[in-house]
Design a protein around this ligand. Structure first.
Ligand code: FAD
Length: 374
């Protein structure tokens, strides 16, 4: 058993870290945070400099962690234009992949994933947006809520109900995935402002009013959308674990510097603060090991949803724990530093891609079914 990363991955992580330290300074990050602006120029720069490399999932995971370690809002913003791409990669026709994915990879387009609705996000099978088939098109009506890239994405991989809404037998099997373009008639979006954290990311409500979507924009088979999205979450949760570990490591770095400075100046540190630091560091390490284990199954084409949900659930709770502990250790210094922004940014980790409760539902269900994590 080897717990070390390959030399190639270490070098890649170093390159991403250097880029992030240079481009995501506290000053720059504060401006995007306060103005709630999406950092489009940083997205382009990161792509041009080869910082974003989606050809190797290990690189994606390590890159996300390194960027979020420097600034979560900017790190997530520059890596999220591909959000939902795996659904198209795994189930889209060659025509859809060529038409949509190539342009995202080239930096010419941004995409998004539309699942959550105003009525709630955890109960995915309860969604109400309806797509009615009419000849060679679907007519879509409904709305989506809290959609990342909502006012900047060119198109969305969207989960909709294609079966009759009153058919209980089709609650899960009545959902399908469509690619919906922003410029289709009847599509509208409203930016949501005033979020607690990750304020550089763009979040919006989407409104679909008789939007006509060509039938060829159906991804995979009709009625299998729910399963495609669950499969997607079993991939994307690894990347949320990486965001979370980046946040936790980021506050650990800053808290360590703070305590070292106190020691250097001969100021009071105290055993209790050192114990808290030790607990933060231990949880970060445990989260990372769990993520690596889940990733090693997933990236070797043998996904293990129990491990993936454990990795996402534990890492996201570690991010919140570490950020809160950092605030306690650093006191008033922390309140006026980057740690304050990390503290606000950490909370979303426990919400998107499945709340902590949802991860526990998945884990317990799999254990009770007899899954042994092998
Ligand atoms: C900044 C931001 C960006 C987002 N980006 C996207 C995006 O790009 N695309 C997208 O589709 N969605 C996105 N979301 C939505 C996100 O995935 C949902 O917020 C999340 O799934 C939770 O749904 P909800 O907020 O509606 O909470 P709810 O589902 O209403 O849950 C509320 C509370 O009840 C608990 N709960 C719900 N059901 C159960 C249950 N059965 N058992 C126990 N507890 C339960 C939850 O854990 C939670 O604590 C985003 C959200 C935010 C805040």
């Amino acid at each position: 058993m080897d717990f070390d990363l390959s030399e190639e991955l270490k070098q890649y992580g170093k390159k991403v870290r250097e880029f992030s330290l240079k481009e995501f300074s506290n000053k720059v990050a504060s401006i995007y945070d306060i103005q709630e602006q999406y950092p489009d120029e940083l997205r382009i720069k990161a792509l041009k400099e080869g910082i974003i490399d989606f050809s190797n999932p290990w690189k994606t995971m390590i890159g996300i962690e390194e960027m979020c370690r420097v600034d979560p809002g900017l790190g997530i913003s520059v890596t999220v234009p591909f959000f939902g791409a795996e659904v198209l990669m795994l189930h889209g026709s060659d025509h859809l992949k060529e038409k949509y994915l190539g342009k995202v990879a080239a930096g010419e387009k941004i995409m998004g994933l539309g699942v959550t609705e105003p009525g709630g996000g955890s109960d995915v099978a309860g969604l109400k947006t309806v797509a009615r088939k009419e000849g060679n098109k679907y007519v879509v009506n409904g709305s989506k809520m809290f959609i990342t890239n909502g006012t900047i994405a060119d198109f969305f991989v969207m989960l909709v109900r294609t079966a009759h809404p009153d058919d209980p037998a089709k609650r899960h099997r009545g959902l399908s995935v469509l690619v919906v373009e922003r410029n289709f008639k009847g599509f509208d979006s409203n930016k949501l402002t005033g979020k607690l954290g990750v304020r550089a990311t763009n979040t919006a409500e989407l409104i679909l009013n008789n939007v006509e979507v060509p039938a060829e924009n159906l991804v995979g088979d009709e009625g299998k959308g729910f399963y495609y999205i669950m499969e997607f979450f079993n991939i994307s949760r690894i990347f949320v674990a990486a965001q979370s570990i980046g946040i936790a490591q980021g506050v650990l770095d800053r808290t360590t510097d703070f305590l070292k400075n106190l020691e250097k100046n001969g100021d009071y540190v105290g055993e209790e603060r050192k114990f808290k630091l030790a607990e933060m560091a231990t949880r970060v390490e445990a989260s990372r090991l769990l993520m690596y284990k889940a990733a090693s199954f997933l990236f070797n084409y043998n996904p293990n949803p129990t491990l993936t949900s454990m990795a996402k659930g534990y890492a996201s709770e570690t991010a919140s724990f570490a950020a809160e502990t950092a605030m306690e250790i650093t006191g008033q210094t922390g309140l006026n530093s980057e740690i304050e922004r990390f503290f606000r940014d950490s909370k979303i980790m426990e919400i998107w891609e499945g709340t902590s409760e949802v991860e526990k539902i998945v884990i317990s269900r799999m254990i009770l079914k007899g899954d042994k994590n092998e």
